[in-house]
Design a protein around this ligand. Structure first.
Ligand code: PLP
Length: 393
């Protein structure tokens, strides 16, 4: 398989981890030699219930037996997409009551940006330095990391960048600004939480200027931080909420949610304001619905906060400078990219999956499935400490 992977499948780094996968179950991924790897990454936060969760599998199988794709987005009435959108509305503040389902996170971001322009009639967009929102042209335009976008310019015009957590920079939001897009907790930047009521202050400035606030919850959303959505920690409700990753329970999805009043603009002037063939796909919506039900009906969110405490207690070591993040969205901050690389690669050799963050090379991601057990946490953390000891020598 490895030779064909390099020969036929497009690569985006010269050094992919290139693990040959056989199957996955619970908190483990197995390679073709049947070696078990404990998963501390969960497909980069996209597998909140671990691998092949029985309730998710059943929902997918039941839907497969009924129908798959039957029509483009929004024309036919299909139960999985309706039930999913309705459950999201039930779990969100009243002002976020209508959802558009997409195929990926970046596509949901595109839809959200378009909606903000359409609703305000303004073109200026504000985003944050080191923010990440996806890799299509619009999302990349609001990515705050020049090195990775230079080659693809020109991108969207009229995009300004501010520093996340800088209250002073909020004066850049004006009556000209259609929207500001922020991650609730910055992911690629190194799991940076909003501080000193920052998001509340952003909300107030948006209210003053008639600017729409888009919060990207593609990483923190769907229970990972101990609440269903990260913004619930920070005294701030967005105008448009973007979700993805974990929502699909291991299937490809994205979603943007806003008030009916805003969302209904997509059907008028022009009509078909955002279209997609596969968005709201019945099998994927069934998987997402089963996932969202399990997360909201179980105590997995409370457990996430307890598991955070356990991880923080176990991961003390001179090479760990800090552990950032909330719940099961955690990052080990080391002194150098060299230490972070060694930790990730040596842990993989010892059967523990860790991963990098996009823009912070000294960081190591710990985003296990929410279903991970305490024993599995203890096992994984002891691998981390062992590897750090060997690096230190
Ligand atoms: C915060 C954030 N926004 C958007 C995206 C893009 O989502 P997708 O890869 O599904 O297009 C990601 C993906 O990593 C993300 O972390």
């Amino acid at each position: 398989m490895k030779q064909n992977f390099f020969q036929y499948q497009a690569q985006t780094t010269p050094h992919p981890l290139a693990m040959e996968i056989s199957h996955a179950k619970g908190s483990y991924i197995y390679n073709t030699k049947n070696k078990a790897y404990l998963d501390f990454v969960a497909g980069v936060s996209a597998c909140p219930l671990g691998h092949n969760h029985p309730k998710v599998l059943n929902a997918i199988k039941e839907q497969l037996d009924k129908y798959m794709h039957v029509m483009v987005y929004g024309e036919y009435i299909q139960k999985p997409a309706i039930d999913l959108s309705k459950l999201l509305a039930k779990k969100l503040p009243e002002s976020l009551d209508k959802t558009y389902l997409t195929n990926s996170g970046t596509e949901a971001v595109e839809g959200a940006l378009k909606l903000a322009k359409r609703a305000t009639g303004r073109s200026e967009i504000i985003a944050a330095n080191k923010g990440y929102h996806g890799n299509t042209m619009g999302s990349m335009s609001v990515m705050g990391f020049e090195e990775r976008k230079q080659a693809f310019r020109p991108l969207l015009p009229d995009v300004k960048f501010i520093d996340f957590n800088s209250e002073k920079d909020l004066s850049q939001i004006t009556e000209k600004t259609a929207c500001i897009i922020l991650e609730t907790i910055q992911g690629g930047a190194g799991f940076i939480e909003p501080k000193n009521e920052y998001l509340h202050k952003v909300r107030q400035r948006c209210n003053e200027t008639g600017t729409l606030l888009i919060l990207d919850e593609i990483q923190p959303g769907i229970g990972r931080t101990g609440k269903l959505f990260g913004f619930e920690h920070y005294n701030c409700i967005p105008d448009i909420l973007v979700t993805g990753k974990a929502l699909g329970g291991g299937m490809p999805i994205g979603a943007f949610t806003a008030s009916s009043k805003l969302m209904d603009l997509l059907m008028d002037n022009p009509k078909l304001g955002h279209i997609t063939t596969f968005g709201g796909h019945p099998v994927i919506a069934a998987s997402a619905l089963a996932t969202l039900k399990e997360i909201t009906e179980s105590d997995l969110m409370e457990q996430a906060l307890e598991k955070e405490k356990l991880i923080r207690k176990l991961l003390t070591h001179p090479l760990i400078k800090e552990i950032r993040g909330k719940g099961l969205m955690l990052a080990i901050i080391t002194d150098s990219a060299k230490i972070a690389n060694a930790l990730i690669l040596n842990s993989q050799d010892q059967g523990l999956i860790l991963f990098w963050l996009l823009f912070e090379q000294k960081a190591v991601r710990i985003t296990p499935p929410l279903t991970i057990s305490n024993d599995e946490i203890i096992k994984g953390c002891s691998v981390i400490i062992g590897v750090l000891n060997s690096i230190q020598q």
